[in-house]
Design a protein around this ligand. Sequence first.
Ligand code: AKG
Ligand code: FE2
Length: 736
Amino acid sequence: MEDLPVGFVAILNAATLKQKQLMLSAISASFAKPEPSVQSEPANALVKIEDLVEHVPDLGLDDDLYYFINEELLSLQLQNVRGAGVKTKWLSPESESYNYGKVNNKPSDIKQFPNILKLMDIVNKHPSTTGDMDCCLISRYPTHKSTLRWHSDNESEIISQSSSICTVSFGAPRQLQCALGSHNDKSKIKPDLVLPAIDRTMNVMKPGAQQLMLHAVSPGKESTDRSADVRFSISFRRHSPVDPKNQGPDELSSSDAQGQSSGSNKFADVVLIAGDSFAARLDQKLLGKGKKDVRNISKGGRKIEAVEKDIEDFVTANPQVGISKLFVSVGTNDIRNCQTGVKHLKKALSDLMHKIKLILPNTKIWFQSIPPINPNGSKFIARHVLLMNNLIFDMCSKFRLYYLDIFPVFLNWNGSINSRLFPPYDNVRKCFDIHPNKKDHRAISFDIEIEVKYKSCPKRKVFNYEKGDYRGLNEDLYRINWDRAFMSNDPCLAWDIFKKTLGELCDHRIPKKTMRSQFQPPWYDSECDRIRRKKEKWRIKAKESTNESDRLTYTEKFRSMRKLFKKTMNDKMKSNFVDDSDPALISKRFWTHVKSKSKSTRIPETVQYRNRFRYEAKDQAALFNEYFYNQFSEASNYNIDIDFANNDFLDLKFYSEDILLILRSLNPSKAAGPDGIHGKVLKYCASSLAYPLSILFNLSFVTGCIPPDWKLASVVPVFKKELYEIGIVYQSVSGR
Ligand SMILES: O=C(O)CCC(=O)C(=O)O
Ligand SMILES: [Fe+2]
């Protein structure tokens, strides 16, 4: 492990924190067993086309199922035209569309087609398939002339590339042509293999086929009966496990590199690496695995402005080149020799990102963080690395670019330097040098593909305190015999009984509401939803109508619904923002909404305390906890001489009349504290709660026992200055 390579870039689909963990373990594993770094032969020299496709002549479909599948196929409302008159329908369990070229296939729920599902089950059980198909693209070839041109189904955003694609044919016979390689001039392709695509048979394209070969459907023979020319194909695929909605900031339908039958491939598709020496030594052959065209235009010593120019020059000089992905590594040279923070670099970084977005609007863009460079003489200030990374992160969020955080990769789980990734400590220069400037330190790259399963967040039910029946609640509370309930004289037990009783009554008297998705504002209610659905209905009708006068009528209806929707939303928003207690104030709900829309987080990605770095929210909370705990001094040890027998302090009583006044003065719009009792309940049921609370307070006072709930407080760290050592940055604010 002594002479480890030092430059590093991890390419991954989305750099979330969870993935980073996986990345770390994958990286550790890759160090334990180093992969041979020999570049593999071009894939098509090794692969035979027979390994990529297979014809299955008999699927064992019974006649009934065959008949019912045909019924389902005929019932489909086909949408897009693909190739020569071929129309399609996309059936999927997921809600996103399947896009290629200019074609946008909206999904219908595959579960509504039980017989196609049965067929999918048969296909999945067939040993020649990967057995994990869950969606399908149905194509209808209306005449013998309808064809599909050479293409590959390589839309990795939506179609898993590690699963097979299995096409079952119905109706008129055709042929599926297959040709190895990617072929720039599609008009000259000669098929390497032709498979029959006849009624009730299946053709399986194995994983890798979409990357290594193209396929096409050629015209059929004309028959005397026109209806016998119709062919359907059901092409089963596996939905990509990465949800494009969550995949990253700038999702695009870029994967049409090969061009589906509808579009041609005008551009060469490249991955561009730009930036400073951290990226300069990356081995572009290894990065593209020999399949992707990777261009590396980074140079040692480059600063942000120079990188902006490098990228611009490349784009101008290569107008025929389409850049599908861009990796940028900047910042290290800008913070070198700099003593005064990094704020002054914000403009250059923003200009760079702005320019890139402008000239490469369809490119997926990653900005890499700076790895932890140790102070090297006075050239680097370690804190500046963190500040710069936070700036890069913030700007990435602003410009909706990917932030590729490699910083934590160089640290151990406990946040200290990971010696397996660092070269040995250099005693002469008093530093670790992870900079890849030594000849024997070749850059290495990791191409880590991680399947991410996104959990759909269950809808949360919460009390709707606005609509509570407080009169009823008061009545219920009056009926409770609190003296009996608190008979034990133990304040902790009594408090538990109080909370449980109140909770049960609240369940009964306060309705629940379902928390809406975070994308909807809090005032979006069922009425808004109803209007929105109507609006959508007319919009779709207008779009799908073939008759001009129908279209105009539907459009008119759509417009009036849209107007109503806007008005309703506006009215609801205004009434929502009025503060109940003081109409002159901007309400808390307003800020909640603003916060929910803002991308900024209160806590930066990396929190550091006493040289320990934490990335996970839970670990960060532990660090905060430790910090705040350390702020308390030791318990004092005063010996105050009190004469308890004659001290009227002990005569202190908590009267329900006083408690009533305090409860009535509470601000009902404040959130509940750790005990979960909401301000509205306390205020509006003050008269019925004052008595049991007075018993509880008196009990607690005389027994000297405080229920644990009363000692809890919600502590919110509030970011104060642009510094990262917790102690300096955060002040605690405790609410209770
Ligand atoms: O219809 C066929 O046999 C092939 C279908 C196909 O290639 C596709 O749907 O992408
Ligand atoms: Fe295809």
